[in-house]
Design a protein around this ligand. Structure first.
Ligand SMILES: Cc1cc2nc3c(=O)[nH]c(=O)nc-3n(C[C@H](O)[C@H](O)[C@H](O)COP(=O)(O)OP(=O)(O)OC[C@H]3O[C@@H](n4cnc5c(N)ncnc54)[C@H](O)[C@@H]3O)c2cc1C
Length: 279
């Protein structure tokens, strides 16, 4: 198993901030993963780091990142089996090439399949858990299969406990044609291309039932508002952009400020979608 020491959090997260991670462990198979989980006890699981921000201090909590061996994509009757380490980009491209329809709405969402499942990533209308039939997970009991109907997933919440590592999942997809899937993917990719560029974690807050978080932040006059190197995007107010010099402290302060302003102005409590990981 590869163990990488002293990794800068800036290198493994899309927000590009935070301190140094003491150790990242990369198990190569399920046996190694289970042994590692038992040995470590407490740990954090890292996928592509596109929804994760690490504290500015040294992160002593061990980090597990699944190795390449968890990156398989295999056809199964009625869809695909994919490993949690597969990137969403590769998975969507694979479906397009094979003419498999059903997950076009995931086009342009960065990160890994495992991270997407944990977050139930997707659009406001659909989440990836909607098209999953079962998950293979590792936890203190070993490796087991969880059927989707036994998982309490919800908007931006895959319903998986943080002490559980998602190993793979089965996706329910339908055979179509390469051209039809390519056409269906386009509007999603175009929407993503219009989003803010730069270091970010995508949407910082979940959308409240009443109104999208970005609209509330915009109406509160916070577009362009800055703390240190962290700024509310002028293009999409639910994005915080790191100008390259932001600390996690800047981002956390800006998040607190936005939440306070939205609470005062609209009486709505915003909840973070991004995961802020402490020491
Ligand atoms: C520019 C940009 C645009 C974005 N657009 C969208 C969007 O349209 N819709 C959307 O939903 N999200 C969006 N996101 C957020 C993010 O890309 C998704 O949430 C993504 O699915 C996270 O995947 P990841 O591998 O990067 O997860 P990470 O950030 O690495 O982890 C996220 C969470 O998942 C857990 N996790 C990761 N892998 C596993 C695993 N194998 N087993 C158990 N837990 C695991 C982590 O512990 C953490 O709690 C966007 C982000 C960016 C930067």
């Amino acid at each position: 198993m590869r163990v990488i020491s002293s990794v800068r959090a800036t290198e493994v997260t899309s927000m590009h901030c935070g301190g140094t991670i003491e150790s990242i462990y990369e198990p190569e198979d399920k046996g190694q993963l289970c042994d590692l989980m038992k040995a470590l006890g407490d740990f954090h699981v890292l996928g592509g780091g596109t929804n994760t921000i690490f504290d500015d201090a040294t992160i002593t909590r061990p980090v597990i990142r699944l190795g390449k061996e968890f990156g398989v994509i295999e056809p199964i009757p009625g869809g695909l089996l994919a490993g949690a380490a597969v990137s969403m980009k590769r998975l969507v491209s694979h479906c397009t090439r094979q003419g498999l329809t059903g997950m076009e709405f995931m086009a342009g969402i960065p990160g890994t399949f495992g991270g997407a499942l944990f977050m139930n990533a997707g659009t406001p209308e659909e989440g990836i858990m909607d098209i999953v039939s079962e998950l293979e997970v590792a936890d203190a009991c070993g490796v087991r299969i969880l059927r989707r109907d036994k998982i309490g997933y919800a908007y931006r919440c895959g319903g998986i406990s943080p002490r559980t590592v998602i190993v793979s999942a089965k996706l329910m997809l339908t055979q179509s044609t390469k051209d039809a899937v390519r056409q269906a993917v386009k509007p999603y990719l175009n929407k993503k291309r219009a989003q803010p560029k730069g270091f970010s974690s995508g949407s910082i807050f979940r959308n409240p039932v009443e109104t999208p978080a970005g609209r509330l932040i915009d109406r509160a006059g916070l577009k362009g508002f800055r703390v240190g190197g962290a700024k509310v995007s002028e293009i999409h107010a639910n994005f915080i952009i790191n100008d390259g010099n932001a600390t996690t402290g800047d981002i956390v302060e800006l998040i607190a400020l936005i939440k306070g302003r939205i609470r005062e102005r609209f009486g709505i409590e915003l909840t973070e979608e991004v995961r802020i990981i402490g020491q």
